[in-house]
Design a protein around this ligand. Structure first.
Ligand code: OSB
Ligand code: MG
Length: 368
């Protein structure tokens, strides 16, 4: 497949409510979209890098820059491109996994549309719908949190993830357990906000029978997580620390995690995400699909990934209206706590031109 050109498009979408985590508060999503044009079909990619380098070192302006300056030209200069060769062509450029993932996603979408195959079918889907959890931000008060969680449970979400940080951990977990009961699938995500000196506090979460605690320590502190695992009963799940199938294998071998959150952007693409899934499955480690406030494009691909057999825990694959009043694609709507895996060619969804134009702030064409 020869690429005729690549469009980089910036989109700005307001969130339905502020989303607060231990690393900051977001009120708007600045997204970088990629459209690749090939003779057979167009393909769409979504870059999950955030506006500021607070979750990881990548941020959206940098992703746009490295794509324009290095990654897109590298692909335009090779004659035949296949989705599985994208990572090879981009490998000499270090890091920038979210930028690479977005470009590979667009090429994969174009390739699959050309052959009439869906993302799910290509990745190895074994289900036609996936159970959905929702990530709940840090709130101003416990009553407000209970209202918000109650609303999500009424909407049908089958699992609740509470964002936590020092000073907002035990009390929200206890309150949600007391109000909604022991059967609620409940987990927490610290986004690296703790250190090993917090072992006693993290151990106080043990009685609440959480599914997991996600990324309590620094992303580079894999051994710290292994040490923490010796002092708490709650299973540790890694997010930020897992940047490849190799790092997943290492973390598992070191005893740093019993569960892995897979985000395709964080590991460099959907093909590497499948390899992370395969490594975890080989070790009997359950995985689930994380989220990065995706539009309908990234959401479609995430739902497809989440339908692979090793995804045995509900993911942060929530409905479009969790974050956006209006999505840029046909919205993903929760049905009995599940989302359907798209079946059409490629992502199975495309941006609706008028909706996309309404939120676009810049676009740039890079021809071959
Ligand atoms: O740590 O999982 C995370 C959003 C942005 C950055 C990091 C994370 C998150 C979420 C939201 O928790 C997940 C979603 O998109 O639903
Ligand atoms: Mg996380």
């Amino acid at each position: 497949m020869k690429l005729s050109g690549v469009e980089l498009r910036r989109v700005r979408m307001p969130l339905v409510a502020p989303f607060r985590t231990s690393f900051g508060t977001q009120t708007v999503r600045e997204v970088l979209l990629i459209r690749v044009v090939t003779p057979g079909a167009e393909g769409w990619g979504e870059c999950v890098a955030m506006q500021d380098p607070l979750y990881s070192s990548e941020y959206v302006d940098a992703a746009e820059h490295v794509l324009r300056r290095f990654l897109v030209p590298a692909l335009l200069h090779v004659g035949e491109v296949t989705a599985s060769s994208v990572a090879v062509h981009l490998a000499k450029y270090k890091g920038h996994r979210m930028a690479k993932a977005a470009l590979e996603m667009a090429v994969l979408d174009a390739e699959l549309r050309t052959h009439g195959q869906s993302f799910g079918a290509a990745l190895g889907s074994t289900r036609d719908r996936v159970p959905c959890g929702v990530s709940v931000g840090i709130m101003d008060s416990i009553p407000q949190l209970l209202d918000v969680v109650g609303g999500y449970l009424d909407a049908g979400y089958v699992r609740i993830k509470l964002k936590i940080e020092p000073g907002w951990d035990l009390a929200p977990v206890r309150a949600v357990r007391e109000r909604f009961g022991d059967d609620l699938l409940l987990q927490v995500d610290a986004n690296t906000a703790y250190t090993l000196s917090d072992v006693p506090q993290l151990a106080r979460l043990d009685p609440f029978e959480l599914l997991l605690v996600e990324q309590p320590l620094d992303e580079e502190d894999v051994l710290g997580h292994a040490e923490l695992a010796r002092h708490i009963r709650t299973p540790i799940c890694l997010d930020e620390s897992i940047v490849s199938a190799r790092s997943a294998a290492d973390a598992i071998k070191l005893g740093a995690c019993r569960i892995v959150n897979i985000k395709p952007g964080r590991v460099g693409g959907y093909l590497e995400a499948r390899r992370v899934h395969d490594v975890c499955a080989a070790h009997g480690v359950p995985v689930w699909c994380g989220g990065m406030l995706e539009t309908g494009l990234g959401r479609a691909a995430n739902v497809a990934l989440a339908s692979l057999p090793g995804f045995t825990l509900p993911g942060d694959t929530s409905a479009s209206d969790r974050f956006y009043r209006t999505d840029i694609t046909e919205p993903f709507v929760l049905e009995s706590g599940h989302l359907p895996v798209p079946t059409g060619p490629g992502l199975g969804v495309t941006p609706i031109p008028e909706l996309l134009d309404e939120v676009s702030t810049a676009q740039e064409w890079i021809g071959s």
